[in-house]
Write a protein that binds this ligand. Structure first.
Ligand code: NAP
Length: 258
């Protein structure tokens, strides 16, 4: 249906678990060359083996920390060297530790903004020259419904980081438009991942009952959305967002869920 993206070079931050691993699996299944990035080497090597075993395009793990500009530069250099360029960057690495506003320390605030928001800046800045050379560069940011649309107690810093990513994409899309690089964001609702599972059963069942489709999303469903944004056919979409949440932001009241 769409022009093949086989052979394109893809970098997925936070590609060793959860949504990022789903993104990597989707791109590899289409024959793209994928580099996944995370801090934990064991988890990264495990994910690399699992994704490689599924077939498709090659998948490699590169250790890196998106909260460090130097590390982002090294990761991008490794992807360019291994794949001969870089076409698609998925800014997906993220953390969501809870901290009530009244107790949040400056360090806790810095950590969440440093990984989720500054990490998005650092990886895109590092990738800019390669994306411009690509001629069909793509930046795909994993934001969230939490922050831009909804709120959740304990996540003021997280929500601000995710809303900040949307401020980032709109101006970055303008700066990169002349180079044919598009910059878009996916806003997932509640997607079943290692990180979400750690929130506990009560959180998961409460969320499921608040979702009109009555189930959590899958990482593949975010992967399919990213694949679409990466296609040549999506070249005219930039600075935009796609909510993938099973309808979670729609109900005005619990009664509206039916
Ligand atoms: P996850 O299962 O906890 O996975 C997070 C990934 O990010 C891991 O690969 C982790 O690897 C990596 N990571 C964390 N900090 C990093 C850093 N400083 N540098 C490089 N990699 C780092 O989380 P997830 O649920 O898949 O979430 C992924 C993204 O989706 C996040 O941006 C999150 O905000 C967003 N999101 C998730 C949901 C959801 O329902 N799951 C909903 C909305 C938005 P290491 O720990 O080894 O570094």
């Amino acid at each position: 249906m769409f022009t093949s993206i086989s052979g394109r070079s893809v970098l997925v931050t936070g590609g060793t678990k959860g949504i990022g691993k789903g993104l990597a699996a989707g791109f590899a299944a289409e024959g793209a060359k994928v580099m996944i990035v995370g801090r934990d080497r064991d988890a990264g090597e495990h994910a690399e083996a699992e994704l490689a075993a599924a077939g498709g395009g090659p998948v490699f793990f590169q250790q890196g920390d998106v909260s460090s500009a130097e590390s982002c530069a090294a990761v991008v250099a490794a992807a360019e060297e291994r794949h001969g360029g870089l076409d698609i960057v998925c800014c997906n690495a993220g953390i969501f530790p809870a901290a009530p506003l009244a107790e949040m320390t400056p360090d806790q605030l810095d950590e969440v903004l440093g990984v989720n928001l500054k990490g998005t800046f650092f990886i895109v800045q590092a990738a800019l020259p390669a994306l411009k050379r690509s001629g069909r560069g793509r930046v795909i940011v994993t934001s969230s419904i939490t922050g831009p649309i909804t709120g959740f107690s304990g996540w003021t810093h997280y929500g601000a980081s995710k809303a900040g990513q949307l401020g980032f994409i709109r101006s970055a899309a303008l700066e990169l438009a002349r180079s044919g690089v598009t910059v878009n964001a996916i806003m997932p609702g509640n997607i079943m991942t290692e990180g979400l599972a750690a929130m506990g059963e009560e959180y998961l069942s409460g969320m499921t009952s608040a979702i009109p489709l009555r189930r959590l999303g899958t990482v593949d469903e975010i992967g399919h959305t990213a694949l679409f944004l990466a296609t040549d056919e999506a070249a005219y979409i930039t600075g935009q967002t796609i909510v993938v949440d099973g309808g979670q932001v729609l109900p005005e009241s619990p009664e509206a869920l039916g």
